[in-house]
Write a protein that binds this ligand. Structure first.
Ligand SMILES: [Zn+2]
Length: 66
């Protein structure tokens, strides 16, 4: 588990949190596979913390990471 990808799921909307939990359950250990077939399902998963951070609508506050 990479520390830099940890986000505060308490601040996510219900939908975004479900995406995030699904990502953790099914994708966290697989990591990026763009070297095989970019963009990979890890990078494009809506629950990927990288994507959540850039999606303001995923956050209760409306502002990513705050
Ligand atoms: Zn990737």
């Amino acid at each position: 588990m990479s520390g830099e990808e940890v986000i505060d799921s308490e601040k996510l909307t219900v939908e975004a949190r479900q995406d995030y939990e699904q990502f953790l359950a099914h994708f966290e250990d697989s990591g990026c596979r763009c070297f095989l077939n970019p963009p990979c399902s890890w990078c494009t998963h809506s629950g990927n913390p990288r994507n959540l951070r850039e999606d303001d609508t995923a956050w209760l506050s409306g502002v990513a990471g705050v």
